[in-house]
Design a protein around this ligand. Sequence first.
Ligand SMILES: Nc1ncnc2c1ncn2[C@@H]1O[C@H](COP(=O)(O)OP(=O)(O)O)[C@@H](O)[C@H]1O
Ligand SMILES: [Mg+2]
Length: 305
Amino acid sequence: MGSLSRCSHAPHAVRGRRLVVLTAILVTSAAASSSPEAPGSSPPLADAEREAFLLEGKIVGDRSIPEGITLPRRVTLRQDDFEHDALVQTHDEHETRKHLEGGVELDFRDSWRNNVAAYRLDRLLGLGFVPVTVVRSYRQEPAGWSWWVDDVLMAEKDRYERGIDPPAPLGWVLQVFVVRVFDQLIYNFDRSLENLLIDQDWRAWMIDHTRSFKVFGELRDEKELPGRCERHLLAAMRRLDRPTLARTMEGLLSGRQIDGLLERRDKIVRFYDHLIATRGEPAVLYELPLRVRSADDPRDQPSPR
Ligand SMILES: Nc1ncnc2c1ncn2[C@@H]1O[C@H](COP(=O)(O)OP(=O)(O)O)[C@@H](O)[C@H]1O
Ligand SMILES: [Mg+2]
């Protein structure tokens, strides 16, 4: 699994395996891998509660994850009578030019900081596709701690390889479209199919963004932008502004990384504006059920009477 995950060091290694291919009819359910939760405890549900739990929970278990290159840890936390796991990432690497098997990668980044940045950007955009992630040191090292996703049915890799059709194929594809827009926005170099999890409700969870947020203003691959975009995601991308990003990403992203992000945002917005102008809004925009709200989402405002 790790070798696949990391084979995208070669820039085009995972190109062939598009996220949208749906083949077989059968839906089988894999064993759920949820974390231990004490019966009777009330689990933290809101982002702020989960953040507090990840920041303050006492470490009661710690194990390795037997795959991958960056070797994150799976740590069990406890607060009162509630236990839950966190993915702890300490890897932090940046090189302007890195020589890899597949050639030279420019502005190579593989950092825990990007896991936190991806979570905060996801919430600025009102998505709720990235598990809550906070900054907390681990064994005296700075690290990103992510909420372990409960009830994982399978990774997209397994779904694809086993040819499993989602119960609502269109709903799944429309979630994958969100992932593809997000990946262009953050210049994700590693959306290997292990890094997209599917929960029991067939909700997509984006994980492992350590290799994102290059400084480049170009899109990594404009062809990866789907022909349709979630309406609120597009509106939230339009609203992204430098002061908010600088404040939100302090200690995580440099000014140049934020500049690159905003330039890519401009390109993505232009891309969809052009599509809307030529095909019409109903053919381009769609809506998904709300998973979280962004801080300044107009949907939060009461409608004028
Ligand atoms: N938040 C999470 N919830 C559930 N499983 C996770 C989570 N983060 C990581 N994992 C699992 O751990 C594996 C390795 O973590 P990941 O962050 O992808 O690091 P790497 O690919 O560098 O090993 C993932 O492929 C996934 O199976
Ligand atoms: Mg991974």
